[in-house]
Design a protein around this ligand. Structure first.
Ligand SMILES: Cc1cc2nc3c(=O)[nH]c(=O)nc-3n(C[C@H](O)[C@H](O)[C@H](O)COP(=O)(O)OP(=O)(O)OC[C@H]3O[C@@H](n4cnc5c(N)ncnc54)[C@H](O)[C@@H]3O)c2cc1C
Ligand SMILES: *[C@@H]1O[C@H](CO)[C@@H](O)[C@H](O)[C@H]1NC(C)=O
Ligand SMILES: *[C@@H]1O[C@H](CO)[C@@H](O)[C@H](O)[C@H]1NC(C)=O
Ligand SMILES: *[C@@H]1O[C@H](CO)[C@@H](O)[C@H](O)[C@H]1NC(C)=O
Ligand SMILES: *[C@@H]1O[C@H](CO)[C@@H](O)[C@H](O)[C@H]1NC(C)=O
Ligand SMILES: *[C@@H]1O[C@H](CO)[C@@H](O)[C@H](O)[C@H]1NC(C)=O
Ligand SMILES: *[C@@H]1O[C@H](CO)[C@@H](O)[C@H](O)[C@H]1NC(C)=O
Length: 522
């Protein structure tokens, strides 16, 4: 078991914390009569005691309802569902030590006042569903200010803070002629994406984003901060590659870096009439035994409610300075309705993708993984086309299906890099990921949209199982709150993750006191 002996500053905070806990009534109701037990329960359930302790320990970094930092923290979530969740206070950490002090106080507070110091951990805030990185009547630790981007002297690795958005990271690295695996949409956060796996333009060359992380700096539930590498804490190192927020708060990621110049990328749009040719091209592209590792593809089908029709948008990236490479020819030869292909830098391509994923809307992501098959894609498309009909009247509806190759050239990378916890290997064969994205305006339609989305994925699963295309893996970062992505890592990985959790978090703080996101027993 690990004890928080190395954090001297936390030792200094302890008496303060105890004073706050036991003097909670005095602090909040100075001069008033003692509270009735009903009033005390209401009071204690709001997280205020821990917020008061945090404010004493981290003056100026804890903000409550209706203050400017609180409002701007909430406003910077991607979805309306997540920005509508109101924590009692937001801790705006600016150093690793701030995080360590906050977690220590919250752990001790949660022990003394069970259920009243629940908290959330937030990096870029791009998870669509409510409560993943925010918490109603609890404490949200906002890591936005942990945004270092520090290349090593020899440029072989880069240390990035979890609060960075990917475009910030890439703009610094582009200037140095290097890159790291990371998000493809500039506005998305580093923390959540990296801990959930991570698909990048470079995945066919370097695997999932997490496969490139050589060091995690993490604050454990005890407040102890450690550097986790393959040699220092090998079990935790593997657990963090897919383990999301289940083990602690990661305050820095060190990723291997590689030389990267400008490359070819952008979008090509095609009419819906090309769909069958697209499915065939996708299957051949993803299943090609000589998959070109520089080629990355997101093949999206976008519904247009006004005309009850679809069009196709392909995001094509070839991470070399070469236009129209032959590997993309089966896509680039189809009739086009728009085309932004160009040679440019990584930052520029991720900003282009940010523009097509605006914030401030209600959002749903749902995901599935299937064996690479044009038949499976066509079936999914047909089910989606019938399912979406009921959503045509929903004001402001946007509805798209994105297919992404997950060939063995990606899933085989982890094996030579110390492994990950995702449960995908070359033995799964060539796969594709499906992401359904729905955006809309009014909460009045939430239930209808959930029902339709579940119908799509249930029918797709039935078809996949009956035809040998089913895979249990669900990409955590695309999963709906009613999906169970960690269970999809497989029983052996789940058992390992639970053992690692009991070892590094014996009080199970990150299972019980951090309810958001996907927990190990889900
Ligand atoms: C527009 C858009 C584009 C996307 N593009 C891609 C893409 O190209 N590739 C891809 O793989 N995914 C992509 N995603 C999915 C993305 O990976 C997830 O939304 C991811 O959660 C975003 O990370 P975040 O830091 O912004 O999220 P947050 O919502 O802040 O966090 C996500 C989860 O991780 C936990 N967490 C965050 N930081 C930490 C930390 N430092 N320590 C411990 N736990 C932490 C949170 O508690 C939360 O449960 C995209 C999502 C959106 C909305
Ligand atoms: C914050 O204030 C708003 C009104 O400004 C109120 O509706 C909301 O309930 C308050 N939330 C909390 C957690 O106190
Ligand atoms: C990246 O490309 C954009 C668009 O051409 C340009 O404005 C920007 O300066 C480039 N950034 C770097 C670091 O080269
Ligand atoms: C982790 O390693 C980095 C880089 O070597 C170092 O700067 C940092 O202080 C270390 N953190 C801890 C908690 O040991
Ligand atoms: C393009 O299509 C042809 C004909 O179907 C096929 O043989 C080839 O493998 C495809 N190319 C790629 C890169 O998938
Ligand atoms: C890319 O290649 C073209 C010609 O093939 C060359 O003119 C150009 O300088 C190259 N650009 C970069 C950034 O290497
Ligand atoms: C989608 O379904 C509608 C309604 O049944 C039908 O009219 C339309 O032809 C279908 N579109 C495609 C591309 O299959």
């Amino acid at each position: 078991m690990l004890l928080p002996t190395s954090i001297t500053s936390v030792g200094a905070v302890l008496p303060l914390l105890l004073a706050v806990c036991y003097a909670a009534d005095d602090l909040s109701t100075a001069g008033a009569a003692p509270m009735s037990s009903a009033a005390a329960t209401t009071y204690l359930n709001t997280g205020k005691t821990c917020c008061a302790a945090l404010e004493l320990a981290l003056p100026g970094k804890v903000s409550g309802n209706n203050t400017a930092p609180y409002i701007s923290s909430l406003a910077s979530y991607w979805s309306v569902q997540e920005e509508s969740v109101h924590p009692t206070c937001v801790v705006s950490a600016t150093t690793t030590q701030d995080v360590a002090i906050a977690v220590f106080i919250l752990t001790v507070g949660g022990e003394l006042l069970p259920g009243q110091c629940d908290f959330a951990v937030r990096s870029g805030g791009h998870t669509p569903f409510a409560g993943a990185a925010n918490i109603d009547q609890g404490i949200t630790i906002d890591l936005s200010a942990l945004n270092q981007v520090t290349p090593s002297k020899d440029l072989s690795s880069v240390t990035v803070g979890p609060g960075n958005r990917w475009a910030q990271v890439y703009s610094k690295l582009d200037a140095l002629g290097i890159a790291i695996g990371g998000g493809r949409v500039g506005i998305v956060g580093v923390g959540g994406l990296t801990l959930g796996g991570g698909l990048s333009f470079f995945s066919p060359r370097y695997g999932f984003v997490c496969d490139n992380i050589i060091r995690y700096e993490i604050v454990l539930a005890s407040g102890l901060t450690i550097n986790v590498t393959q040699t220092s804490f090998p079990d935790l190192w593997v657990a963090l590659k897919g383990g999301s927020n289940n083990f602690g708060v990661v305050t820095a990621f060190e990723s291997t870096a590689f030389p990267q110049g400008k490359f070819w990328g952008g979008f090509i749009g095609n009419p819906g009439s090309t769909k069958d040719a697209q499915f065939k091209a996708f299957e051949e592209f993803t299943g090609n035994p000589n998959y070109d590792p520089y080629a990355a593809l997101i093949n999206s089908y976008i519904f247009t409610p006004a005309t009850n029709s679809w069009f196709i948008a392909n995001n094509l990236e070839y991470t070399k300075n070469q236009s129209y490479p032959p590997y993309f020819q089966n896509f680039t030869s189809l009739p086009q309705i728009f085309n932004t292909m160009r040679i440019s830098n990584l930052t520029d391509f991720t900003l282009e993708l940010s523009a097509s994923n605006p914030d401030g809307r209600r959002q749903l992501f749902v995901t599935g993984t299937y064996s690479n098959s044009a038949k499976m894609m066509s079936e999914i498309f047909n089910i989606a086309n019938s399912t979406v009909q009921a959503l045509i009247p929903v004001p402001g509806i946007s509805y798209s299906l994105s297919f992404q190759p997950e060939p063995t050239i990606i899933t085989s990378k982890a094996a030579s890099r110390g492994g990950n916890s995702l449960g995908l290997t070359a033995a799964d064969g060539n796969l594709f990921n499906l992401l359904l994205t729905v955006s809309w305006d009014s909460s009045a339609y939430d239930a209808l949209i959930d029902t339709q989305a579940k119908a799509l994925f249930d029918q797709a699963e039935t078809y996949a199982k009956a035809n040998g295309f089913y895979n249990e893996y669900l990409y955590l970062n695309y999963a709906a709150p009613w999906q169970k992505p960690i269970a999809g890592y497989g029983a052996a990985n789940v058992a390992n993750l639970m053992a690692v959790s009991r070892k590094y978090d014996p009080l199970q703080v990150f299972q019980k006191q951090v309810p958001g996101g996907f927990k190990l027993d889900q």
